[in-house]
Design a protein around this ligand. Sequence first.
Ligand SMILES: O=C(O)c1ccccc1N[C@@H]1O[C@H](COP(=O)(O)O)[C@@H](O)[C@H]1O
Length: 199
Amino acid sequence: MFVKICGLSTAETVAAAVDAGADAVGFVLTRSVRQVTPDRARELAAAVPPHVLTVAVVAGADIATVRDLVRDCGLRALQLHGDYSRDDFAAVADLGLTLVRATSHEAPDLRIGAYGEDLLLVDATEPGSGGAWDYAALRERSPGDGWILAGGLYVDTVADAIHRSGAGGVDVSSGVESARGVKSEALIRDFIAAARKAG
Ligand SMILES: O=C(O)c1ccccc1N[C@@H]1O[C@H](COP(=O)(O)O)[C@@H](O)[C@H]1O
């Protein structure tokens, strides 16, 4: 089970995620209560060991701005949320990053790789909102092997969500916070343990 902890902004919570066994950690570079600057993301990612994927999370920025945001921040993956086209994905392919297409569960095309991405993340309609959706519906639509489930996952719901959806990975932001935008080291540890136990 692949586990990503998203929206990190402090050295302590990055360390908690890494120590608890996260496979990936995400830094939000566009407007959000969890937004960090590219320089801050670079600083935080410098302490992350190479076996943990560092992910730049971007929503809604035009693709030229995306290129500027990620070019110098030293992260290894780019997660794009929003109305990005196949051409947009092609326009960042030369950056050498693992590309994550983040899309709503209501989107028409849920095949992994349809836009040239390496990983597909299926989310709620409003990313980072903590809102859950009908995870079981994805079993019938079958995005393929290895897709990542996101949107409204919490310590006490993640196991059921994994079983109902058949996802091979999970991504969480709101569900490991003690208040909006404030990550909890204890919840990060508990979430990773619960996801690992389920998958
Ligand atoms: O976390 C954010 O603030 C965020 C902002 C903009 C785009 C994506 C964001 N996070 C992603 O949202 C989902 C999970 O959200 P939640 O657990 O429901 O809060 C996940 O893909 C995060 O990477």
